[in-house]
Unconditional design. Structure first.
Length: 78
């Protein structure tokens, strides 16, 4: 199981994420920090279940949420 967790983390770090919203420096303090759960129900690859998981990871590791590219998306803490 530890091997699978390590492999999953390695893949997440190697692949990055093209689905995270772009951060605009002109948006000021209202912009969420990178890694926060900035998704809404109805976004591509977002379900009620994984949105709740994203919010839980954002509470667990604020600003450091890893987005694992899959559909539906998966979320993890480093």
């Amino acid at each position: 199981m530890r091997f699978c967790s390590s492999l999953l983390l390695l893949l997440a770090l190697a692949c990055g994420s093209s689905t995270e919203p772009a951060q605009d420096s002109s948006s000021g303090a209202d912009a969420p920090a990178a890694g926060d759960c900035d998704y809404e129900l109805g976004d591509p690859c977002i379900t009620e279940e994984n949105l709740a998981a994203c919010q839980a990871r954002a509470a667990e590791c604020p600003g450091e949420v890893l987005v694992l590219e899959s559909c539906p998306l998966q979320f993890a803490c480093p």
